[in-house]
Design a protein. Structure first.
Length: 265
């Protein structure tokens, strides 16, 4: 066993949706730091360009690099263009991280029907669309010893009952967790693993307002006594993408400091 390379992702090609901001940028930074070639994609082209420039500066020291391809994941045609562009540039894709997502909070009585369409489309349906279309590139990268990897960014709110009135969001993440298990079975036979990180609170645009109001309460509910750091989510993704995580398939890993197991009176 070569323990020096057990957690290596150096030279791997990785696509991270929503990789220019929040948790996505944390993950992108981790992979570039580890010497991978990272593609980031979202509809905010300016944010992608700025993140890629920042990450390529880091890559000068680590050997990693970052490219970006702007795409609006609500639009199937944009996904098709993204996939076509990656196929032009790369013969294979080692890791796909489905991180792009949205939420919607509103009181039960006024929760709009349109929120369900918007949130479930991005958080669930488009994960399947993109994964389906990129499967040939993932298969091209896969070997028996080193399968290709899919990591879906889920949420503890897809497991527990959330305190906020985010009905579509929690339902979409629960659906993503189950979709990931189903894909783990079907794609495992193609030497592609599929796993989920059920994330707790991290500093992100989605969590900004909640943390501003309730950070102390949230921290006090977590056994480890803090919210997530960039190293936590980047490290988990690198583990799952490296030889160390090659036999993990169909897992839902709670990345939450223990909030799901915290005792409550």
């Amino acid at each position: 066993m070569d323990t020096t390379s057990l957690f290596s992702v150096k030279g791997k090609t990785v696509l991270i949706t929503g990789g220019a901001k929040g948790i996505g940028l944390m993950i992108s930074t981790g992979f570039v730091s580890a010497g991978a070639h990272v593609y980031i994609s979202s509809r905010d082209e300016a944010a992608c360009a700025a993140a890629a420039a920042q990450l390529n500066e880091l890559g000068k020291k680590t050997g990693g690099k970052c490219s970006y391809i702007a795409a609006d994941f609500y639009k199937v045609e944009d996904i098709e263009k993204l996939v076509a562009e990656i196929k032009k540039r790369e013969p294979k894709l080692h890791v796909l991280i489905n991180n792009s997502g949205s939420t919607w909070g509103a009181p039960y009585e006024s929760y709009p029907d349109s929120a369900w369409t918007r949130v479930l489309t991005l958080n669930l349906q488009r994960v399947f669309t993109l994964t389906q279309q990129l499967t040939p590139l993932l298969e091209a990268a896969a070997t028996e010893e080193d399968p290709a990897r899919i990591i879906n960014i889920g949420s503890v709110d897809g497991i527990r009952t959330p305190a906020m009135e985010s009905f579509a969001y929690s339902a979409s993440k629960a659906g993503l967790h189950q979709l990931s298990k189903v894909l783990a079975y079907w794609l495992g036979m193609r030497r592609i693993t599929v796993n989920v990180l059920a994330c707790g609170p991290f500093e992100s645009k989605m969590m900004k307002a909640t943390l501003e109001k309730y950070k102390d309460t949230i921290v006090n509910s977590i056994p480890l006594g803090r919210i997530g750091k960039p190293e936590d989510v980047a490290g988990a993704c690198i583990f799952l993408s490296s030889q160390a995580g090659a036999y993990v398939n169909g897992a839902t890993i709670a990345l939450d400091g223990g909030s799901l197991v915290a005792a409550k009176l």
